[in-house]
Design a binder for this molecule. Structure first.
Ligand SMILES: Cc1ncc(C[n+]2csc(CCOP(=O)(O)OP(=O)(O)O)c2C)c(N)n1
Ligand SMILES: CC(=O)[C@@H](O)[C@H](O)COP(=O)(O)O
Ligand SMILES: [Mg+2]
Length: 629
């Protein structure tokens, strides 16, 4: 069937396996073709084509609930539920979301983006179902990477305890973004190679039933044999011990194997876990043979060659981070780098090439990464935790309780701070100033460009007076010339980039060029605006703030961060604490709603963080006479 005609999954109900195979082929071609233009998470979705087809054939969405963990692998689900015609707009402004979105379809019952939430969501839906007395099937689909997330283990513990009907699909492709890591991953590897546990168990039970029991002694002995078989067959039968019926390993590309096990699960009471083994990138050689994780999520590419289209331009912030860490590590053996499953995105894969023994990928485990870093610092090492702004939200209590409260020398390299663009609402890094600046002992810095960034990283590394964070954006720098030698910056000081007597803009990070553009526009109208690089968010430059207040100039704060509790709020609090009033302070930043997916430039335009709008807002706070000029 033409992919574009797949309006409702009911068309799958009576398809033969041959027809399903053809449909799988059509879907793969569609994904490879569309994503070569739009980019997106190609590898994960090519790996779940047969699985998603079989789930929609055997269950009845939207009555039955599919919860896609992380949700980056829900493109096939979106195709089968009538959204194929929107794929030209994938992850674009006002276009198709790259993750499940309840407002897009009744088939999207649960929104994801951050990892390891599907099991907890599914448990909640299961309790609701049982309390309401309804009978829908609840089916979370979680990857082997997401399974390393702490929340997933908390949920497994509770699901196993409750013994309610639920079928968990574990999609095991041996990959996180990069190759998966951890003891869990190794255990799954043993399970994958152990062969069909369920079949061996059933055969043994059949055998036991055939042999007349001698007063039950044999049956009891056989029961012991069956249990020891469990350990013999599959080392550490983790899931069975947690109270699940474990089915697997199942070939995730074999429709017959999938159908047999999902059908068995549908008839079986209590929590079931089907261990489905798939190949990430299946059906497209460059993605299938992707050892590094390049094809997990990427931009446009050339289908024939598999060549990823690279945009020329300045180095990325992540690249500058990696180089700077290597420079420091060469002369300081206390530097230990930590990443929660983002070695490629953070740039630490490059660091690890030179310092393999000093880079730790802990899996999708931000809480553990944060507190482990505290442990490293407690023993005199200098941990550098590279973590996306949005994912550090997962380790907030650890930041408070283990790092800041103990005043430990942990350095946070907060990547993807600000709008990230295509990943949308769940990934925008726009809350970290709010959730860090109010923590006692915390220092928070933000560079205006990649050259200041390298010096700021060096400065943060030399800081041994408690935790310190440097927040920086996704993607390329501004093209600023890079100094050859690293130097320390004075923490708590801002820099005036442009003088001006009529007003002043205090700009943070990526907003500095926006402030400079606004000042240029206003200069043409005879209005002179001081532009300040507010590169230290905590502590503020109080000397400069008092000077600005003394000059009586209206002030505007500008940040690519939530207004609520952001940098502008800090400035307001300062003036309030110092009883310094009668100077207008206007704040510009991310408004009080979640910013959807799209290019960063489109999103900035949409929320008015532009030079033009900044100029207008500055004019609006000038004294009336000046506004008329
Ligand atoms: C809390 C959190 N940390 C990190 C990420 C980044 N991330 C997105 S997908 C992914 C790997 C997921 O691996 P897996 O669950 O096995 O899915 P696969 O891509 O292999 O299908 C990671 C680390 C995230 N989305 N959420
Ligand atoms: C789905 C997910 O969370 C990751 O794949 C994320 O999209 C990576 O983001 P970057 O592309 O910014 O590294
Ligand atoms: Mg995986």
């Amino acid at each position: 069937m033409d992919v574009l005609n797949m309006k409702d999954p009911s068309f799958l109900k009576n398809m033969t396996d041959a027809e399903l195979e053809q449909t799988a082929e059509d879907i793969r071609s569609f994904l490879i073709d569309k994503l070569s233009v739009t980019g997106g998470h190609l590898g994960p979705n090519l790996g779940v084509v047969e699985l998603t087809l079989m789930l929609h054939q055997l269950y009845d969405s939207p009555k039955d609930k599919f919860l896609f963990d992380v949700g980056h692998q829900a493109y096939v689900h979106k195709i089968l539920t009538g959204r194929a015609d929107q794929f030209d707009t994938l992850r674009q402004h006002k276009g198709l979301c790259g993750f499940p979105k309840r407002s897009e379809s009744i088939h999207d019952c649960w929104e994801t983006g951050h990892s390891s939430t599907s099991l907890s969501g599914a448990m909640g839906m299961t309790l609701a179902r049982d309390l309401k007395g309804t009978d829908e099937n609840i089916v979370p689909i979680i990857g082997d990477g997401a399974l390393t997330g702490g929340m997933a283990l908390e949920a497994l513990n509770h699901i196993g305890h409750e013994q309610r009907d639920m079928t968990v699909i574990l999609n095991d492709n041996e990959m996180s973004i990069a190759p998966n890591v951890g003891a869990m991953h190794n255990m799954l590897g043993r399970m994958r190679t152990a062969g069909k546990y369920q079949k061996a168990k059933d055969d043994l039970e059949m055998l036991i039933k055939k042999v007349p029991a001698f007063g039950g002694r044999l049956a009891a002995a056989a029961e012991r044999v069956k249990d020891s078989l469990k350990y013999l067959l599959v080392s550490g039968m983790f899931f069975e011990e947690l109270g699940f019926t474990y089915l697997g390993p199942v070939d995730g590309h074999d429709l017959h194997d999938l159908r047999a096990n999902i059908s068995y699960a549908k008839k079986t009471k209590g929590p079931i876990l089907i261990h489905v083994v798939t190949k990430k990138g299946k059906g497209y050689a460059p993605a299938e043979n992707d050892a590094k994780g390049t094809w997990h999520g990427l931009g446009p590419y050339k289908i024939e060659s598999g060549e990823v289209v690279k945009k020329p331009g300045p180095p990325s912030y992540s690249g500058v981070f990696a180089e700077t860490m290597k420079t420091i590590a060469r002369s300081d053996d206390k530097l230990v780098a930590v990443t929660p499953a983002m070695p490629n995105g953070s740039g630490l894969d490059k660091f690890a090439k030179e310092f393999p023994e000093r880079m730790f990928d802990v899996g999708i485990a931000e809480q553990h990464a944060t507190t482990m870093s505290a442990g490293l610092a407690a023993q005199g090492m200098k941990p550098v935790l590279a973590i996306y702004s949005t994912f550090l939200q997962r380790g907030y209590d650890q930041l408070v309780h283990d790092v800041c409260r103990q005043n430990l020398n942990v350095m946070f390299a907060i990547d993807r701070a600000g709008l990230v663009g295509a990943d949308g609402e769940t990934h925008q890094g726009v809350f970290d100033i709010s959730y860090m600046r109010h923590l006692p002992n915390m220092t928070l810095l933000c560079p205006k460009d990649e050259n200041e960034f390298q010096h700021m990283l060096y400065t943060a590394y030399q800081h041994n007076d408690g935790p310190i964070a440097v927040r920086y954006p996704r993607g390329a720098g501004t093209g600023a010339p890079m100094d050859k030698k690293l130097q320390e910056l004075p923490i708590g000081t801002w820099e005036t980039l442009r003088s001006g007597g009529d007003a002043a803009v205090l700009a943070v990070g990526t907003m500095v060029p926006v402030a400079e553009e606004a000042a240029e526009l206003l200069a043409k109208e005879g209005i002179s605006v001081e532009v300040i690089n507010a590169r230290s968010i905590k502590p503020l430059d109080e000397t400069m703030l008092k000077r600005l207040h003394g000059e009586g100039k209206p002030l505007l704060t500008l940040e690519e961060h939530a207004l609520q509790g952001g940098f502008g709020s800090a400035v307001l609090e300062f003036f309030n604490n110092e009883n310094l009033y009668n100077v207008p302070v206007e704040r510009m930043g991310i408004p009080d709603w979640y910013i959807e997916h799209g290019s960063v430039s489109d999103l900035l335009k949409e929320i008015g963080l532009t030079g033009e709008n900044t100029a207008a807002r500055i004019k609006s706070i000038l004294p009336r006479k000046q506004q008329r000029a």
